[in-house]
Design a protein around this ligand. Structure first.
Ligand SMILES: [Zn+2]
Ligand SMILES: [Zn+2]
Length: 371
C-alpha cells in the first residue's frame, strides 16, 4: 500500500493547488531538520508528497492509481520511491535524464525562498563565505613511530561537502535558480529614513546566504545545506622525529564550510605510547642493560635488541653499574632532517643474591686477592 500523500500534507483530497502549496510550506517549515523539533524523516515524507501532489500530472496519476509512474512506464511498473531521488522513479535509476526532465520545470523557488530564509538565520550562517570549522583529534602512536614515522587511518565524524550535490544544494539534474529575494545580487539593501537623512545598510541576503542563487529542487541527502555529517576515513602520516604532544596539521581536512568557503583544518595531537624497553630523552633513546658480575669484570659481547633490530654490543672489561654505553645513530631523528640521536645503554650490574657453594668459594678467593 503506498503512502497517503494527502494525509501527509494534512489536506483534503479536493485541495486546491494553492492549498497544497501552503500546506507544504507550513509543514516543511515546521519539520525542517534544522528546526528545533524538526524531523528528517518527516521532512522527506512531506517533500515526497509535495513532489507528487504539487504536480498536476503526477497528482492525477496518483489519484487514479494510488502511485506514480516514471515517464514511459506502464501502470503497475513500479511505485514512487523516495530512495530514487526527489521525483525519481523506481527501476529507472536516479541518474536518468528523462526522469529528471519530468520535474525540472516544476517551480520550487517560492517555497525554498522561505525555507532558505530560516536556514540562513542559523547563528553565524549570515557571514560571507566562512572557513569550515577546525577539528582536533587525538592519535595514539606506537613508540617506534617516533623513529620511523608511520601511517594511520582514522575515521572522523564531521561535516563534509555533500557528495550527491557536490555542495551545490540541488538535486542532480536540477539547477540553481536566481534568488527571488535579492534578485541574484546576494545582498539586501535597506534604506532607513531618519531625521538626519537616509541611511542605507547592505547585508547578506538571508535566503541564499549571499550566493545569489537557491536550489530549484533541494538535494535529498543534505536537505539543501550542501554539507552532510558523515564519517570520513582520513590517512594520517606520522612524521619521523615526532614527539609526544606534537600536533600535526592537515590543511583542509576539517569540517566543510556552511557558506561555500574553504574547509577547516584537522589538527592531530600525537600521543606516543610508552615502550617496555626504551624511553626517550631529547633525541636519544635510553635503555637499561643488566649484566652479571663476570661480564662487568671481564667484559663480554652480547646481542641486544634495538628498535633497528639486534646488534652485537661490546661490554668493555671493568664496566661498572651506571656506566653508559653509546650506540651512535640509533636514537630518534631530529624533527628537521634525518640526523638521529644515539642509543644510550645504562648498565646495571646485578649483584648475586644467592650464591652456590662453588660460587661462594670463588668469591672468597677474590676477596683474598682484594677484590
Ligand atoms: Zn546535497
Ligand atoms: Zn538572495
Amino acid at each position: 500500500m503506498s503512502k497517503d500523500y494527502y494525509k501527509i500534507l494534512q489536506i483534503p483530497r479536493n485541495a486546491s493547488k494553492d492549498d497544497i502549496k501552503k500546506a507544504y510550506r507550513r509543514l516543511a517549515h515546521q519539520y525542517h531538520p534544522d528546526k528545533h523539533d524538526g524531523s528528517e524523516d518527516k521532512f522527506k515524507e512531506i517533500n515526497e508528497a509535495y513532489q507528487v501532489l504539487g504536480d498536476e500530472q503526477k497528482r492525477a496519476q496518483y489519484d487514479q492509481f494510488g502511485t506514480v509512474f516514471g515517464p514511459g512506464r506502464a501502470p503497475g511498473g513500479g511505485g514512487f520511491r523516495w530512495q530514487d531521488g526527489f521525483g525519481g522513479f523506481d527501476g529507472g535509476g536516479s541518474q536518468g535524464g528523462d526522469e529528471e526532465r519530468g520535474y525540472s520545470e516544476f517551480d520550487f523557488s517560492d517555497v525554498f525562498e522561505d525555507l532558505f530564509s530560516f536556514m540562513g538565520n542559523a547563528p553565524g550562517a549570515k557571514a560571507r563565505p566562512k572557513k569550515g570549522k577546525d577539528v582536533q583529534i587525538d592519535l595514539e602512536v606506537p613508540f617506534e613511530e617516533m623513529v620511523f614515522g608511520g601511517k594511520h587511518e582514522v575515521q572522523i565524524q564531521k561535516l563534509s561537502k555533500c557528495a550527491r550535490c557536490e555542495g551545490k544544494s540541488t538535486e542532480p539534474g536540477s539547477k540553481l535558480v536566481t534568488c527571488a529575494k535579492c534578485h541574484g545580487t546576494g545582498k539586501i539593501e535597506r534604506t532607513q529614513k531618519t531625521f538626519l537623512g537616509n541611511f542605507s545598510q547592505v547585508s547578506v541576503c538571508g535566503d541564499c546566504q549571499g550566493r545569489g542563487q537557491v536550489p530549484e529542487i533541494i538535494c535529498r541527502d543534505c536537505l539543501g545545506r550542501g554539507v552532510v555529517r558523515n564519517t570520513e576515513r582520513i590517512e594520517i602520516i606520522v612524521p619521523k622525529g615526532i614527539a609526544d604532544g606534537d600536533i600535526v596539521k592537515l590543511s583542509g581536512k576539517g569540517e566543510a564550510s556552511l557558506s561555500g568557503g574553504v574547509p577547516g583544518d584537522l589538527y592531530v595531537r600525537m600521543h606516543v605510547l610508552s615502550h617496555g624497553a626504551f624511553r626517550r630523552q631529547d633525541n636519544n633513546l635510553i635503555m637499561t642493560l643488566p649484566i652479571v658480575l663476570s661480564q662487568a669484570a671481564l667484559g663480554d659481547k652480547v646481542d641486544i635488541q634495538t628498535l633497528d633490530g639486534a646488534i652485537a654490543l661490546k661490554i668493555p672489561e671493568g664496566t661498572e653499574s651506571g656506566d653508559i654505553l653509546k650506540v651512535r645513530g640509533r636514537g630518534v631523528p631530529a624533527t628537521q632532517g634525518y640526523e638521529r640521536g644515539d642509543l644510550l645503554i645504562h648498565i646495571k650490574v646485578i649483584t648475586p643474591k644467592k650464591l652456590s657453594k662453588k660460587a661462594r668459594e670463588h668469591i672468597e678467593k677474590l676477596k683474598e686477592e682484594g677484590f
